[in-house]
Ligand binder design. Structure first.
Ligand code: WT7
Length: 714
């Protein structure tokens, strides 16, 4: 796509033409999208002068003509113990194999190989949330030592072997990346569960992955408070056992070495303090295990259209090559930079763009424990000033929050970013401009990177020194990625048509997940079935990847991502499956039916609202409402707390009894519900609307695409 990288002036002319484009013929699935075309912003000469990706010929090098060999360029950034013989093996679509025959170790690539040149350079700078606690610097040399000791402990004490899975439920402390790298050293597949998920959610994931070892921390600081975390390990163990998975060891890191700070008792012969066990492994060195390029590196559970989160399985060689290449070219990381990604390592952004990509490039990476606006909205800028951070990476939600809490704060601090990223949700042009002007002081280049847990790394983004930026648009496809937008019938939605459709990637790339852990059929059905015309074809061209995002493409080739078109809600850049919340509600005995819908939120983008109908004879009550809230918190975690809970007399349903979530989403967002005459119970709609909104507020005609299309797929 985006063949013609037209000059910005030409682009503006083209898009003007599009805006004046007369009547549009819409197929059912195509929804016309109106939005104002934004002006382009140019990267500064200073940025261009030092950038990693300055050769325009790279675009041609990564064009379809050179696929898949173009990705050698990324793989060659790594150290291979043995070179691969086949760049891409397509013999078993859509289970692609990358760099087949190659052998490497991810930990060696992120740690050992930097010792020669960078051993005394900071690898990680840990910034504790309490501002009086000073930052800790871990050099590559120290990282090497610590990772080896932990690897020795995992192998010799926890008896973990290459290929075993281990579940890690830890906050943002340096011991988290250290543990991950130690796993990678042994070829042990880590599955990191975001710290904000509940013990039960962790236990379900541990059981699904077949982990018999859990790795925890006693607690951490968040928003000025100590969070006791170890208690959730006990619940995780019980949950896993209930699911038939025995946990034989829980390894507990202490936030303050030697001092245990949790109410939860240590269970004899099950729970162990890592700092105590490590004494036996002082100075141990573990040879990195040379892994097949196709060996799994980690699992990352993410929400989908069913109640059960799926374990996205990422491979060693292709994944590491892809995140290293994209960190080099799009994050513009040089070893001399100080890079700070504010995401949590418990999400894919943290895996790819805090740990594996940046560390493979010998970056200095800042790790911040707490929330950005603690104790005030100046905190991130003080950290940036003090540590001389020059690359900054965060989400629209964090940007909106910081803007709201202290729109002028950045001006008070003397830091200078050369590069900034926004990721995870669509960003409003107004917010983008604040990010650019105030946070970036008009100096920093911005990349708006669109991608997903499944995709390993960036799919759409501008090339920071080569492409102008356009607020609110992710930009053209990343190198070697060939997207297309199709409507529901598989007709291409062409650039400049002004219509929206489903964005797909026509080709495989090295960062794409291998499969869903333990459920290959779900992998095929979820991502490849929709637009596959020849299920027996061995040609990758017949297997486009379906991303489940709506998108629109103006004539300039800059993709604008509109949001999820499935049952997933993007809350503050984090994916929540509405089915997961609904299943949690249905475990409550009083509840007959449950439906969860997204609601627009000024700061978090989208938040969930819950609709329930109660069993006959049960009146709505505060008690039931509280039960719903606490059940969601226990089964999923605090991040899934609904904004509101509505107890309704009945759900709007089709004649076949399907709950019309689209209608509920319209009501929650005060939008027009459209035609409801085909419902089995159309009268309920007005009743629910009154219950939710009261009388007198007329619904709005238009709203965001993801809300309008919500529930369409089911
Ligand atoms: C969903 C994936 C990207 C890694 C972190 C989130 C949305 C992601 C953008 C962007 C608009 C975006 C999509 C996608 N999304 N980046 N730059 N602009 N929307 O990974 O939790 O798997 O979520 O986040 O809807 O499908 P994830």
């Amino acid at each position: 796509m985006a063949k013609a990288r037209a000059k910005p002036q030409e682009k503006q002319k083209q898009t003007k033409k599009v805006e004046n484009h007369g009547e549009r013929k819409l197929t059912e699935a195509q929804i016309a999208v109106h939005w104002k075309e934004e002006e382009y912003f140019q990267p500064s000469a200073k940025f261009i002068g030092q950038a990693n990706l300055i050769d325009p010929a790279m675009v041609e090098k990564f064009s379809e003509k050179h696929f898949p060999e173009c990705f050698r360029e990324y793989a060659e950034l790594l150290h291979w113990d043995q070179y691969w013989h086949t760049t891409l093996d397509t013999s078993e679509p859509p289970f692609w194999k990358w760099f087949v025959g190659g052998k490497l170790n991810a930990c060696y690539n992120c740690v050992d190989r930097h010792l020669e040149k960078h051993k005394n350079k900071a690898a990680l700078i840990f910034v504790p949330e309490p501002e009086l606690e000073s930052a800790t610097v871990i050099t590559y040399q120290e990282l090497y030592r610590r990772v080896n000791e932990v690897a020795a402990m995992l192998r010799d004490f926890a008896k973990l072997k290459t290929g075993d899975r281990v579940t890690i439920h830890m906050p943002m402390i340096p011991e988290l990346p250290i543990t991950m790298l130690a796993c990678a050293r042994l070829g042990v597949v880590h599955s990191v569960v975001f710290g904000g998920f509940s013990g039960e959610a962790c236990g379900m994931r541990a059981a699904d992955s077949g982990s018999r070892v859990l790795i925890y921390a006693d607690g951490y600081f968040r928003n000025g408070k100590w969070v006791d975390h170890k208690g959730s390990a006990d619940i995780a163990v019980q949950t896993a056992e209930k699911e038939g998975q025995h946990i034989d060891k829980v390894l507990v890191w202490r936030r303050h070495s030697g001092k245990y700070n949790s109410e939860s008792p240590m269970i004899m012969k099950r729970d162990y303090f890592v700092d105590e066990i490590l004494k036996d492994y002082r100075g141990h060195i573990v040879e990195p295990v040379s892994m097949d390029a196709e060996a799994p590196l980690f699992l990352m559970y993410t929400s989908g259209t069913t109640g059960k989160p799926k374990g996205c399985q990422h491979r060693t060689g292709g994944y590491l090559a892809y995140v290293t290449g994209t960190s080099q070219y799009y994050q513009d990381i040089h070893p001399s930079d100080v890079y700070w990604c504010m995401a949590d390592i418990g999400w894919i952004t943290g895996h790819s763009y805090i740990v594996y990509g940046p560390m493979a490039l010998a970056a200095t990476s800042v790790l911040y424990e707490g929330v950005p606006q603690f104790p005030d909205a100046g905190r991130p800028w003080r950290i940036a000033e003090r540590l001389d951070v020059n690359i900054f990476h965060t989400s629209p939600t964090a940007i909106r929050m910081l803007r709201k809490a202290g729109g002028d704060e950045p001006k008070k601090y003397n830091y200078h970013f050369k590069h900034m990223t926004t990721v995870g949700e669509p960003i409003e042009p107004e917010v983008w401009k604040w990010y650019h002007q105030v946070v970036g002081k008009g100096e920093a280049v911005i990349v708006d990177t669109w991608w997903q847990t499944e995709t390993g790394g960036f799919l759409c983004t501008t090339k920071p020194a080569l492409d102008p930026m356009k607020p609110g648009s992710a930009g053209p496809a990343a190198l070697g990625i060939y997207p297309v937008i199709w409507d529901e019938n598989g007709n291409e939605v062409t650039a400049g048509s002004g219509n929206a459709g489903n964005i797909c990637i026509r080709n495989p790339w090295p960062g794409i997940m291998q499969t869903i852990w333990g459920d290959p059929q779900r992998f095929v059905n979820q991502y490849y079935k929709k637009y596959n015309k020849h299920p027996h074809s061995k040609d990758w061209r017949d297997w486009p990847y379906y991303a489940a995002d709506g998108a629109v493409l103006p004539a300039d080739g800059y993709y604008r991502i509109l949001g999820r078109v499935d049952d997933v809600i993007n809350v503050a850049g984090h994916r929540l499956g509405t089915k997961e919340l609904e299943s949690a509600c249905l475990t409550i005995s009083e509840i007959a039916e449950a439906a969860v819908v997204p609601v627009v939120d000024e700061v978090k983008g989208r938040v969930p609202e819950v609709y329930v109908s109660l069993k006959p004879g049960i009146p709505p009550s505060k008690a039931v409402q509280d039960k719903i809230m606490s059940t969601i918190e226990t089964m999923i975690g605090k991040i899934a707390r609904p904004k509101k809970i509505h107890m309704v007399p009945d759900m709007p349903k089709t004649r076949s009894g399907k709950i019309m979530r689209r209608v509920l989403a319209a009501i929650s967002n005060n939008l027009d519900t459209g035609d409801i005459t085909t419902l089995a119970n159309p009268d309920i709609v007005a009743q629910i609307r009154e219950l939710v909104q009261g009388r007198g507020v007329g619904p709005l005609k238009d709203g965001p695409e993801d809300i309008k299309r919500f529930g369409e797929e089911t």
